[in-house]
Design a protein around this ligand. Structure first.
Ligand SMILES: NC(=O)c1ccc[n+]([C@@H]2O[C@H](COP(=O)([O-])OP(=O)(O)OC[C@H]3O[C@@H](n4cnc5c(N)ncnc54)[C@H](OP(=O)(O)O)[C@@H]3O)[C@@H](O)[C@H]2O)c1
Length: 290
């Protein structure tokens, strides 16, 4: 059992940190909004730090799940950042979805400070975090990954090292590219079912058992049909991810026409006020166009 820190207690980080504490690790949490850290300590035990540096002091491993590139920089190397509090040989594990560029910068900064850095973005949604069923895709030095794997395993269904530093974030981009078109397809199918006067639930019961079945269909069709959007993976975060995918594709020459189109659809959802809605709100956009 290890002394750990966890930075960022959002939709994903809050339950992930909880699983680590429940597994017997000694967890110190940090969250920008202190009330969430206080609630976490009241619920799970453990301790909280006033800054990322504070939380990271003496930790063998520091996990983070914050918002975007700037947030990651801030908690790693900003004022009172975690790297400053970590002892030589300690390991930073980043679960945030960020660009390959910031990952490369943080990996280099960690190395210079005698620390390890593993990029370890996640997939599986809020339910995956709450039920410890995340898919975790990692990049970094093999020895660092080997140390991180048993800890990450506490909230993972599957954890794997894909390659050197940055390979985890590149794999997460593949994940988001695969999801974007799929969610639009699912939204169009449910929209069409409604227009055709079919019962959406019965339609999904049948087609989910055939070739159209997907995680999105299984986990999102009920909330979509019930017009519920205030949960899950925020549209603002998805646009951040698609921006990373599209700019990386500009660099490596990949062609992503559907991803670019769906990104514009998510922009429409933001204009409808849905920046914090779940990504399945592409259906809401189609309904709004009626
Ligand atoms: N939700 C999902 O289904 C899902 C799935 C896979 C991957 N992800 C990725 O996981 C990451 C977190 O997602 P989430 O849904 O958990 O987001 P969230 O609920 O918005 O939580 C973000 C967390 O980061 C903290 N934070 C943001 N900026 C910060 C800063 N500058 N300094 C310190 N802390 C900061 C927030 O603190 P406050 O409490 O103060 O706002 C909050 O604890 C994102 O990169 C997202 O793309 C999410």
């Amino acid at each position: 059992m290890a002394k750990l820190a966890f930075l960022g207690l959002g939709v994903m980080g809050y339950p992930m940190a909880g699983h680590l504490q429940a597994a017997g690790h000694e967890v110190c949490v940090y969250n920008r909004t202190t009330a969430k850290a206080e609630a976490w300590v009241a619920e799970h035990g453990g301790t909280m730090g006033a800054t990322p540096r504070d939380a990271a002091l003496g930790a063998e491993m520091v996990m983070a799940c914050v918002g975007n590139d700037d947030d990651l920089r801030m908690v790693c190397v900003g004022d009172d950042g975690a790297f400053d509090g970590m002892e030589e040989g300690a390991l930073f594990v980043d679960h945030t979805t960020v660009s390959a560029a910031v990952t490369s910068d943080m990996y280099a900064a960690a190395k210079a400070a005698g620390l390890g850095f593993v990029d370890a973005p996640i997939s599986g949604g809020q339910a995956g975090a709450e039920n410890a069923q995340l898919s975790v895709m990692c990049g970094g030095d093999a020895a660092d990954y080997d140390r991180a794997e048993p800890v990450i395993d506490v909230y993972a269904k599957l954890v794997r090292r894909i390659g050197e530093s940055g390979a985890g974030q590149m794999t997460k981009m593949c994940n988001q590219i695969a999801i974007a078109g799929l969610v639009q397809g699912l939204s169009e199918a449910l929209h069409f079912a409604q227009k055709a006067g079919l019962d959406g639930r019965t339609v999904v019961e049948v087609i989910s058992q055939g070739a159209a079945g997907s995680w999105q269909m299984a986990n999102r069709y009920e909330t979509m049909l019930d017009d519920q959007w205030e949960h899950g993976f925020a549209v603002d975060w998805m646009r951040k991810d698609l921006d990373i995918c599209l700019s990386t594709a500009d660099e490596n020459g990949a062609s992503l026409p559907v991803t670019a189109l769906v990104d514009q659809f998510y922009k429409d959802v933001q204009k409808l006020g849905g920046g914090r809605w779940d990504t399945s709100s592409l259906l809401k956009r189609l309904q709004a166009l009626d």
